[in-house]
Design a protein around this ligand. Structure first.
Ligand code: ATP
Ligand code: MG
Length: 265
C-alpha cells in the first residue's frame, strides 16, 4: 500500500510540496518557460518528439535493451497507438515519454521542452502539467474519495476545476453517482473510469495510456476507446495508447509497431 501511494504521489509530483506550489509564483501557469526554458517554436505542433531514444536496464550479462534507438513524432491532436508483443518495450517507451523514467541515450521533447537532463523537480512538474498517465492498474489513492482522486492533480496545482467539463466527463463515464465512494468500493472497470476522468479533466498536453482496457470486458473496452476518440475529436486531446488489442489500435489515427525494443517504420 505504501509503495502504491508513493508511486501515485511521485507521479503527481509530490516531491514538490503543496506549499512550494502555493508560495512560489514562478511555478504558476504562464511562468513555466522560466523553469523549462523557451519552447522550440519550429516544432510547436509536435507534442512528442523522440530521437534515438534508448533504454538499457541492468549491467553485464543481465543487461536488457528495452528500447533501442527509437525515433518518433506525435503531433498535437493526434491519436496514435503502439502495438507489439509482450516485452517489446512499449511500457518502457511510454514511461520515458512521460518522464517517469530516464532514457540511457537520445533526446525526448514534450510540448517543445527537452526532458532529458531535467532535474527531478522539473520532471515532477512536467509530469503533472503536461502528462496524463493511465495504467492497467488504476493508481487511485485508496483514502481519497472518487471526486477527490479526480480533482487531485488540479488541487496540487491550486487550479479550480471546470465544473461543466467535470459533469460531462463523469456523465459519459457513468461515475456521477459514485463520486463520494472510496476506490475500494468500486469494481475494476469503475476504478479505471475514475482514473480516466482524472487524466481527462486536467486536459494534459498528452494522454499516455498503457493497456487501459487490459482488465475490462469487451463492452467496457469499446466504451473507453470511444471516449478516447471523443476526447481526441472534441478537445483535440493528443493520445498515445499502448494496447495488445489490434481492433482497438485500429481506432487510432496511426499505429506504431514495436518489436525487440525497436519501432518499425
Ligand atoms: N525495471 C526493469 N528492470 C529490468 N528490465 C526491465 C525493467 N522493466 C522492463 N524490463 C525489460 O525490458 C523489456 C521491455 O519491457 P516492457 O515492460 O517495456 O515491455 P512491454 O512491451 O510493455 O510488454 P507487455 O506487453 O508485456 O507489457 C523486457 O525484456 C523487460 O523484461
Ligand atoms: Mg507493458
Amino acid at each position: 500500500m505504501r509503495c502504491l501511494l508513493e508511486g501515485v504521489l511521485f507521479y503527481f509530483g509530490e516531491d514538490v510540496t503543496v506549499d512550494d506550489i502555493a508560495f512560489d509564483d514562478t511555478l504558476r501557469e504562464g511562468a513555466t518557460a522560466e523553469i523549462f526554458g523557451e519552447r522550440n517554436d519550429h516544432r510547436a505542433m509536435e507534442i512528442v518528439r523522440c530521437e534515438g531514444v534508448t533504454k538499457v536496464y541492468g549491467v553485464g550479462d543481465t543487461q536488457v535493451t528495452a528500447v533501442d534507438d527509437v525515433s518518433l513524432a506525435i503531433e498535437k491532436g493526434e491519436f496514435a497507438a503502439i502495438i507489439g508483443p509482450s516485452g517489446s518495450g512499449k511500457s518502457t517507451l511510454l514511461h520515458l515519454i512521460g518522464a517517469v523514467d530516464r532514457s540511457s541515450e537520445g533526446s525526448i521533447q514534450l510540448d517543445g521542452q527537452e526532458i532529458t537532463g531535467m532535474s527531478a523537480t522539473q520532471t515532477a512538474l512536467l509530469r503533472r502539467r503536461k502528462v496524463g498517465m493511465i495504467y492497467q492498474f488504476y493508481n487511485l489513492i485508496p483514502t481519497l474519495t472518487v471526486k477527490e482522486n479526480i480533482l487531485l492533480p488540479l488541487r496540487l496545482d491550486k487550479r479550480k476545476e471546470d465544473s461543466a467539463l467535470l459533469s460531462q466527463i463523469t456523465d459519459v463515464l457513468r461515475i456521477t453517482t459514485l463520486m463520494d465512494r472510496l476506490p475500494g468500493q468500486l469494481s475494476g472497470g469503475q476504478q479505471q473510469r475514475v482514473a480516466i476522468a482524472r487524466a481527462l479533466l486536467y486536459r494534459p498536453a498528452v494522454l499516455l495510456a498503457d493497456e487501459p482496457t487490459g482488465n475490462l470486458d469487451q463492452q467496457q473496452s469499446d466504451e473507453i476507446i470511444e471516449l478516447f476518440g471523443q476526447a481526441n475529436r472534441e478537445f483535440e486531446q493528443t493520445i498515445l495508447l499502448v494496447t495488445h488489442n489490434e481492433p482497438l489500435a485500429r481506432r487510432a489515427d496511426r499505429i506504431l509497431r514495436m518489436k525487440d525494443g525497436r519501432m518499425d517504420t
